[in-house]
Design a protein around this ligand. Structure first.
Ligand SMILES: NC(=O)c1ccc[n+]([C@@H]2O[C@H](COP(=O)([O-])OP(=O)(O)OC[C@H]3O[C@@H](n4cnc5c(N)ncnc54)[C@H](O)[C@@H]3O)[C@@H](O)[C@H]2O)c1
Length: 294
């Protein structure tokens, strides 16, 4: 039986681990070839490590295990020339790009000495990096019309009354604020690009996860935000999980990367051919839980 991504080639940023790896493996298991892109080096203002080259190679091996092809390229989404080179290298080997997952992201929570320009670092990756990804891939997508799909990863962190955009606590610093601001702007960006690309048939949608079981969440910055009652930067995983379960309407602490990948697979496949300009939360009900009752 044909897979749901048969004949497609997916360009995925932040593919070295976490949600990006889950997208790569899920889409490959449904028949897609994958261009897997990651920075593979650390960013000084981000207090947890980025993926390594070995991580990206592991993603490639997992894709190849499904029987599909994978071109793995080290590139920084902040640098459009690097992304263009990655797209060109992938196309030279795999033939085309039909699908884009603009997934790479960082949350530079201040865990040491917060710097005003941490804001810029977050925006450069989480907003400009997304725009660069779309810019270099759209020329490849246009010939595919309605077979083409762009999926952009935002965050429910930007959709709550006390979001990272307005978080006053020192721990969030300007990096947390930049994250919230960038992720907030993903919503209208998705709508604008969906309208601009609609005449060509290309679809653009956003997915907005809550806490997801990856490095971006499992670090003392996030743990301390959730447990201001405990000693900052010394919070146990289970103490974080207790608060995270209470935070969601469905009382679970986090979602799995594979759950986000299921939603992204739907948006990437032709099953969603009529779906565009949507911003879809995958959030255990957290945003609605936090709204004033209607
Ligand atoms: N984990 C969560 O709780 C959560 C919640 C909501 C939204 N998100 C979003 O989900 C997306 C995926 O993150 P994740 O949860 O898998 O975290 P993660 O840290 O495990 O993965 C992010 C990946 O992006 C890569 N990356 C970072 N900066 C890059 C750059 N400049 N160029 C290329 N690659 C870069 C990293 O090396 C890493 O492999 C991000 O956009 C993130 O903001 C995560």
């Amino acid at each position: 039986m044909a897979g749901r991504m048969e004949g497609k080639v997916s360009f995925i940023t932040g593919a070295g681990r976490g949600q990006g790896r889950a997208h790569a493996v899920k889409q490959a298991s449904e028949g897609a070839d994958i261009i897997a892109v990651d920075i593979c080096e650390d960013i000084p203002s981000v207090p947890y490590p980025m993926s390594s080259w070995e991580d990206l190679q592991e993603t490639k091996a997992l894709v190849e295990k499904t029987g599909r092809r994978c071109v793995a390229v080290k590139a920084d989404v902040r640098i459009r020339e690097q992304l263009k080179a990655a797209a060109d290298e992938g196309v030279a080997e795999l033939g085309t790009i039909t699908t884009v997952c603009a997934n790479a992201g960082v949350l530079p929570l201040a865990m040491g000495d917060p710097q005003p320009l941490d804001f810029q670092d977050a925006v450069d990756v989480d907003l400009i990096g997304v725009m660069n990804t779309v810019a270099v891939t759209v020329p490849h997508l246009l010939p595919h019309g309605r077979g083409a799909s762009i999926i952009i990863t935002g965050s429910t962190a930007a959709q709550q009354p006390h979001s990272f955009a307005s978080e006053p606590r020192q721990i969030m610093g300007s990096g947390g604020s930049g994250y919230g601001w960038a992720k907030m702007l993903i919503i209208p960006y998705v709508e604008h690009m969906a309208m601009h690309l609609a005449p060509h048939g290309v679809r653009v949608n956003g997915v907005h996860p809550t806490n997801c079981d990856t490095h971006l969440m499992h670090n003392q910055g996030i743990y301390s935000v959730f447990r201001p009652d405990l000693e900052t930067f010394n919070v146990a995983k289970e103490d974080f999980a207790v608060a995270a379960r209470h935070y969601h309407a469905i009382p679970e602490a986090w979602i799995a990367p594979e759950e986000v990948a299921d939603l992204v697979l739907y948006l990437a496949s032709d099953e969603s051919r009529a779906v565009t300009a949507e911003n879809i939360r995958i959030d255990l009900g957290v945003v609605v839980k936090g709204l004033p009752s209607r």
